[in-house]
Design a protein around this ligand. Structure first.
Ligand code: WTA
Length: 653
């Protein structure tokens, strides 16, 4: 088998930040950036020590990094801090006391805002409720909530008392929640009666009740009243938050946590096996979240920053809560769907709240493209100055649309590559000094030693596709998988024999300028006639065609070529997927990439199966393409109906 992933898509456009942006930014000078990056690689202790000292430690650390027990790192040993104090108290007791921390908007249009001082008080009271139920340091608490302010408060309240939070995305089923509750052995669950989604109520409390049947280690279910739907009540276990809040004090001294005490668990699913409880600790995670938010989003004091992720994902942890609040930013939180009540909801929010920095996912950007420019254009987005994307490779087509239509050709785009496991952004432009190329996450962040290796661990040269690897520990790296050290070592640290090179599971290449192009998960690679092709590049080519909105490409076993390419394609509203379009698309891919990459089959579909975080589930499509029954884990699929409809549409050549 050929070791390299062939890369076939060439994107030559370059975008530079304007002089005005460059001058006003935190890092507008390439030479300064180079020097700082070099220092972060040559002297990580010096570099990270200096950054870490900008945080308010309760007790100073004695050592920056201990890597002697690799792959388990120890950062900032001897130091004590509290993540909620980093996010709240330093601002609430200082000049930002009356600055807005959170602007929140519910789907029905209700809104609430909290200054840093108000938010600290809410979190202290919430923490006191947890304490009154006997919850304390080291206890695990599952959080299963809609995107309401109480979600951020619950997270910060756990951090304040040293309880380990495990947020489970509110769109997960009772079974998925149950698996996670069992794995953590948590003794409390925080939820809401329900949440609003496209005008109807998600009955969250009901799901919690189902998930807890037969589980005896959960003694408390704390319920926030949001939708006022009827819920069943177990008076020994269930507590209304608003009632419990009546009898607690307004202040709560933050617990002094050791730097390496666990801050949270967050479950992530791979293509095989049960979900992994990724473990993040306090000091290193906070330092990483703090610096990356500041530099990647070029945070300025008067920014209104909106990351549209759900707090149920790592992006919400690091770039809604911990990073932005550690920097004293004003953040936006929105409860509902982007098309409720209409397709312009996000742009309406941006205009009304004066959003300046906007961070979202490629899947959302493709939906906006499909809905049409007019929804964006009817709003005044002139306050926007910086855009970001995360979650999957962004096709150049979607990138340029985002740049032109949302960013008015004025806003740099930061395409940020990272993972639940990395805790923070690893590959990214710095918006004031990095020239961007659509589809590339560009360069490593400070302290990140990224490279492309082959299976044997040799470093590959420019434009050779291989495996993305990280050769140095970084502060916000995962410290383990909850309860399964062996799996931690096997999954991330055993690809190469040294035992300390991190295997990200993604394929990538570096171009002649050293820019990284992430090609997707290595299990999303197709082998056609001995050539390993990235599904993402074929998809990008399809999406570049004017008729196509979204495409997913998978391999199907083929006697002749090893694997054949099957493409699932969604067309623009108003364009029928017919034989003419099919022929045109095949021709288009052949022209753009080469005959080798021509799909053997194209199936038109109104939607693609996705995880609840918006990632296309290619492993399910592989089964559909091969015409076999699927015995895959379906617990993360957003809309199972999509798959059924796909099975019914016959594949036509
Ligand atoms: C993919 C999300 C290309 C990648 C923060 C990674 C990306 C996985 C990008 C992690 C990007 C994330 N370009 N691919 N900018 N960002 N990915 O754990 O495959 O939900 O390994 O973390 O998403 O997904 P996770």
């Amino acid at each position: 088998m050929s070791q390299q992933i062939e890369n076939i898509l060439h994107e030559n456009r370059r975008f530079s930040p304007s002089d005005a942006f460059r001058r006003a930014s935190r890092m507008g000078d390439e030479a300064e950036y180079q020097a700082m990056y070099q220092c972060s690689i040559d002297d990580p202790d010096g570099f990270w020590g200096e950054v870490a000292r900008e945080l308010p430690w309760i007790r100073p650390f004695e050592r920056v990094l201990d890597w002697s027990k690799a792959p388990v790192a120890s950062w900032f040993d001897g130091g004590q801090l509290n993540a909620s104090a980093v996010c709240l108290d330093q601002h609430a007791d200082g000049e930002r006391a009356n600055k807005v921390a959170i602007h929140w908007e519910g789907e029905p249009g209700d809104a609430r805002s909290f200054t840093y001082r108000e938010l600290r008080m809410e979190v202290a009271r919430f923490a006191n409720v947890l304490k009154s139920r006997g919850i304390g340091k080291g206890d695990r608490v599952a959080i299963y909530m809609p995107m309401i302010p109480e979600l951020a408060m619950a997270v910060l309240a756990c951090a304040r008392i040293g309880a380990i939070h495990s947020v489970v995305f509110g769109g997960f089923s009772a079974q998925a929640l149950r698996d996670r509750i069992e794995d953590t052995g948590c003794n409390a669950v925080i939820c809401a009666d329900g949440g609003w989604r496209r005008g109807s109520v998600l009955p969250l409390k009901q799901e919690v009740d189902k998930s807890l049947e037969g589980i005896d280690h959960v003694h408390t279910v704390l319920v926030v009243r949001r939708t006022e739907n009827e819920v069943e009540w177990n008076s020994e276990r269930d507590v209304w938050l608003h009632e419990a809040l009546e009898s607690v004090s307004d202040s709560c001294v933050p617990e002094a946590m050791e730097s390496e005490d666990v801050l949270f668990l967050l479950y992530t699913s791979g293509s095989t096996g049960k979900p992994k409880g990724i473990m993040h600790t306090t000091g290193g995670y906070m330092v990483g979240a703090y610096l990356s938010t500041r530099m990647v989003f070029d945070l300025q004091e008067d920014d209104v920053y909106w990351c549209t992720a759900d707090v149920g994902w790592i992006t919400g942890h690091s770039y809604i809560i911990y990073g932005p609040l550690a920097n004293g930013a004003t953040i936006v939180m929105y409860e509902g769907a982007p098309n409720a009540p209409a397709e312009d909801r996000f742009w309406d929010i941006c205009e009304r709240l004066g959003v300046t920095v906007f961070y979202t996912a490629p899947t959302a950007i493709r939906a906006f493209m499909k809905w049409g420019d007019e929804h964006v254009q009817k709003h005044d987005l002139s306050k926007l100055r910086l855009l970001g994307t995360v979650g999957e490779p962004i096709n150049p087509e979607a990138w340029t649309w985002y740049h032109r239509v949302v960013g008015g050709e004025r806003c740099p785009i930061v395409d940020t590559w990272w993972q639940t496991e990395t805790g923070g952004i690893m590959l990214t432009p710095l918006p004031g000094c990095t020239d961007t190329k659509p589809g590339s996450a560009t360069r490593p962040f400070f302290g990140v030693d990224a490279c492309i290796l082959n299976e044997e661990g040799q470093v590959l040269g420019p434009n050779q596709g291989g495996l993305l690897a990280l050769r140095k520990p970084w502060p916000s790296m995962l410290r383990g998988i909850w309860g399964d050290e062996q799996r931690f070592k096997d999954t991330y640290w055993s690809k190469w024999p040294d035992g300390w090179t991190y295997f990200a599971g993604d394929g990538a290449r570096q171009d002649e300028d050293g820019y990284f192009w992430v090609l997707g998960r290595v299990d999303d690679v197709i082998n056609v006639s001995g050539h390993r092709l990235s599904t993402m590049e074929v998809e990008s080519s399809l999406v570049a065609h004017e008729a196509v909105v979204e495409a997913a490409v998978v391999g199907r076993p083929d006697d002749l070529t090893g694997e054949a390419i099957v493409a699932f394609v969604t067309t623009l509203t108003g364009i029928d997927g017919n034989d003419d379009v099919r022929a045109a698309l095949i021709e288009h891919v052949a022209e753009q990439i080469g005959k080798l990459a021509r799909p053997q089959e194209i199936r038109f579909t109104d939607a693609l199966p996705k995880t609840r975080s918006g990632k296309i589930m290619r492993r399910l499509l592989r089964d559909v393409a091969a015409g076999r029954e699927s015995n895959q884990d379906m617990s993360t699929i957003e809309d199972a109906g999509v798959l059924e409809r796909l099975r019914l549409t016959d594949g036509q050549k």
